[in-house]
Design a protein around this ligand. Structure first.
Ligand SMILES: NC(=O)c1ccc[n+]([C@@H]2O[C@H](COP(=O)([O-])OP(=O)(O)OC[C@H]3O[C@@H](n4cnc5c(N)ncnc54)[C@H](O)[C@@H]3O)[C@@H](O)[C@H]2O)c1
Length: 251
């Protein structure tokens, strides 16, 4: 097999990428690195104004879409195909993590988390993979799971943990289904990351003490791994979950 130079391996020129929940936090960090690598990026977010502002910073296209609504997700993929010339990379990043004890929770609480974190990834993967197959040039799907896909972080996240365990199972089976089409499907499982959703990492000293590296991740530390998985650096990786947690799962 011909050995490509490093710069070419990481070059996403000519590729089109969608990042859900791309307006801030981990999603924006991923969108920024994909754009820097030359991809045309669609920043999709349920907060349309925040998506516009984020997209403007990195020369991307913005789209307002709630991933829990299949029609909006289909419109998102159609928009990418029209404006970016196709879909080569999909990052299912949009996710919510409300903390509430299970015994105080309702069916609606559970449904909201599942519809966003799990069903949303299905809607987007289905619509994007159909495009990728029609294009005939392969593609890559990256699902942002969590270390909670493997081990619970703390009480109050039972529905979140169910959604992320589910997303990891979904990742593996979809990788099997799409491998014949040269579409790679992988997951990234972050530990604690400083984002708007986590108060930019303002957590207690006790929480930090449990992380072997004694700090939260910067969102770009997830963005860099997403770029790796989206690129030809990871050309033989599918059905993998890359843990990026400063050693948290070891502790
Ligand atoms: N921050 C962490 O410590 C951490 C750790 C592990 C996994 N994760 C996962 O990473 C992802 C991003 O987390 P974050 O901390 O950057 O979140 P965040 O709350 O800082 O930002 C999330 C973004 O997603 C958007 N969003 C939320 N629901 C949406 C929906 N239904 N449709 C479209 N967009 C939606 C929000 O508007 C926001 O722009 C989530 O899937 C989360 O579970 C985060």
């Amino acid at each position: 097999m011909e050995q490509k130079p490093l710069a070419e391996l990481l070059d996403l020129s000519g590729k089109a990428a969608i990042v859900t929940g791309g307006a801030m936090g981990i999603g924006f960090a991923i969108a920024s690195r994909l754009a820097e690598a030359g991809a045309k990026v669609l920043v999709a977010d349920k907060d349309a104004a925040a998506a516009e502002a984020a997209a403007a910073k990195i020369g991307a296209v913005a789209f307002g879409a709630d991933v829990s609504d299949e029609a909006q997700v289909e419109a998102m993929v159609a928009k990418a195909a029209e404006e970016l010339g196709g879909v080569d990379v999909l990052v299912n990043n949009a996710g919510i993590y409300p903390v509430k004890p299970t015994l105080d929770s309702t069916k609606e609480d559970f449904e909201k988390i599942l519809h966003t974190n799990l069903m949303g990834a299905f809607f987007a993967a289905k619509a994007a993979a159909k495009r990728m197959i029609a294009q005939g040039r392969g593609g890559t799907i990256i699902n942002i799971t969590s270390i909670d896909a493997l081990h619970p972080s703390f009480v109050g996240l039972a529905f979140y943990d169910a959604s992320k365990h589910g997303l990891w199972g979904f990742t593996k089976n979809l990788a099997l289904e799409l491998a014949p089409h040269n579409i790679r499907v992988n997951a990234i499982a972050p530990g604690g990351v400083a984002t708007p959703g986590t108060g930019m990492g303002k957590v207690s000293a006790d929480f930090l003490a449990k992380i072997p590296m004694h700090r939260m991740a910067d969102a770009d530390e997830i963005g860099k791994v997403a770029l790796f998985l989206a690129s030809d650096m990871a050309s033989y990786m599918t059905g993998s979950q890359v843990v990026v947690d400063g050693g948290t799962l070891l502790a």
